[in-house]
Design a protein around this ligand. Structure first.
Ligand SMILES: [Mn+2]
Length: 400
């Protein structure tokens, strides 16, 4: 039986989001997260006593990696080497071969693939259990399909190790693009890929797999991050996802509160996930609420008050709220707010029409292409926000 770990995109040295307003406990936890996740990976590899570890690129975070990030990497590799666990690694767009690293020889048992494809055997008890074929990014921007340069060997389980953007796998930076259909027909048993930060099994038999990053870096990298433990027994290939995250990003969306009690409930629930791994939340409060004015003007106070506990930290509160007004009734009124609502509704119904574009033209002058990237849902949210603001201006002074 063959057991190995597939991990990628460690981004060692990435310091995560801004920690302004956080305690030293949380600042430290966030700042060190890429290292903690790597230490978790190393510890688990040793506990699981795997045959080898595959690292599919973006192991270091920047083109000028800090000494600290390089020391962390070398320390982890040394521990694995001491435990007799082999490591196979390739460079990606964040850590190509051209990277300005401090001169250092890699510990015994670590193989770093070069700019030419090569195949290395994994031999145990005189048997070749696997062959690993890999190639590194020579420079940060690679537009060629490197997968075409990898050819499988002849003995044992055939693994391809590559940092690559499989077409349509959901990343904008199209480095070293490859084609899923080609990968599945290439003769390899397992494509150990890096680049996309969300774990995904794109194909089984043969396997084409993204292990994802070991630590979410920002609010768009939510959920548990980690690696795949792969067990190969004759024709059977089993994958188990194991978490390494030092903390987990979560986006929470809740219905806007009807009362102060409900608001307290929402904010206190942040501390009750019951998970052992701490969370960093972006909380979105959406909908109609009688606390509309208070929330809009005092959201900063709430963020501060509920900033953190041991189990969580609150990155920010996002408001997508409307005043608690019966729009249907107002719409029927022969009044200025009624007229305003009727016009707004017409505009929404017309969608991305000429009139809509005319109305938002001044925004284009200021924001340029950003508006073109908005999807329907985001546009609706912006229009709703404008309606709320408009109505708020009508009512302000009357109800206060
Ligand atoms: Mn990456």
């Amino acid at each position: 039986m063959l057991r190995f770990i597939h991990a990628a995109d460690l981004h060692l040295g990435n310091s995560g989001p801004s920690t302004t307003g956080f305690s030293s406990h949380w600042s430290e936890l966030i700042y060190q997260a890429s290292y903690t996740a790597f230490q978790n990976l190393v510890r688990k590899a040793i506990e699981l006593n795997v045959d080898f570890l595959l690292l599919s690129g973006d192991v270091l975070d920047t083109l000028n990696p800090t000494l600290n990030s390089q020391l962390e990497l070398i320390n982890g590799l040394k521990e694995l080497s001491k435990a007799g666990i082999k490591v196979f690694m390739v460079g990606g767009n964040h850590d190509p071969l051209s990277l300005k690293k401090a001169q250092s020889s890699l510990p015994e048992g670590v193989h770093f693939f070069g700019a030419q494809a090569e195949t290395i055997s994994y031999v145990k008890g005189g048997l070749t259990l696997a062959e690993i074929t890999g190639i590194s990014f020579p420079v940060a921007k690679v537009s060629d399909d490197l997968s075409r340069l990898l050819k499988p060997g002849t003995k044992g389980f055939q693994i391809a190790l590559l940092h690559s953007n499989v077409e349509g796998a959901g990343k904008k930076e199209n480095y070293a693009p490859s084609n899923l259909d080609y990968l599945t027909k290439s003769g390899f048993d397992y494509w150990a890929l890096g680049h996309v930060h969300t774990n995904a099994v794109l194909s089984e038999k043969p396997h084409v797999v993204y292990s994802g990053t070991t630590q979410g870096q920002h609010v768009n990298e939510t959920g548990k991050k980690g690696f795949y433990l792969v067990e190969v027994d004759k024709d059977k290939v089993d994958l188990e996802f194991i978490t390494t995250s030092a903390y987990i990003w979560e986006r929470l969306e809740v219905k806007a509160p009807e009362s102060l009690n409900e608001l307290i409930e929402i904010l206190e629930s942040l501390d009750s996930s019951g998970s052992k791994i701490p969370r960093v939340y972006r909380l979105k409060i959406a909908g109609r609420t009688p606390l509309y004015n208070e929330l809009l003007s005092q959201v900063g106070d709430l963020e501060e008050r509920y900033k953190e506990k041991k189990s969580y930290a609150l990155e920010s509160i996002e408001l997508d709220i409307l005043p608690d007004i019966d729009f249907e009734e107002v719409k029927l009124e022969d009044s200025l707010p009624g007229e305003f609502l009727r016009e707004a509704e017409k505009l929404i119904a017309a969608g991305k029409s000429e009139e809509f574009e005319g109305q938002v033209a001044p925004l284009y002058d200021r924001l340029g292409g950003i508006l073109d990237d908005l999807d329907e849902e985001e546009i609706e949210s912006i229009v709703n926000g404008s309606i709320a603001l408009g109505l708020d201006l009508f009512w302000r002074g009357e109800t206060k």
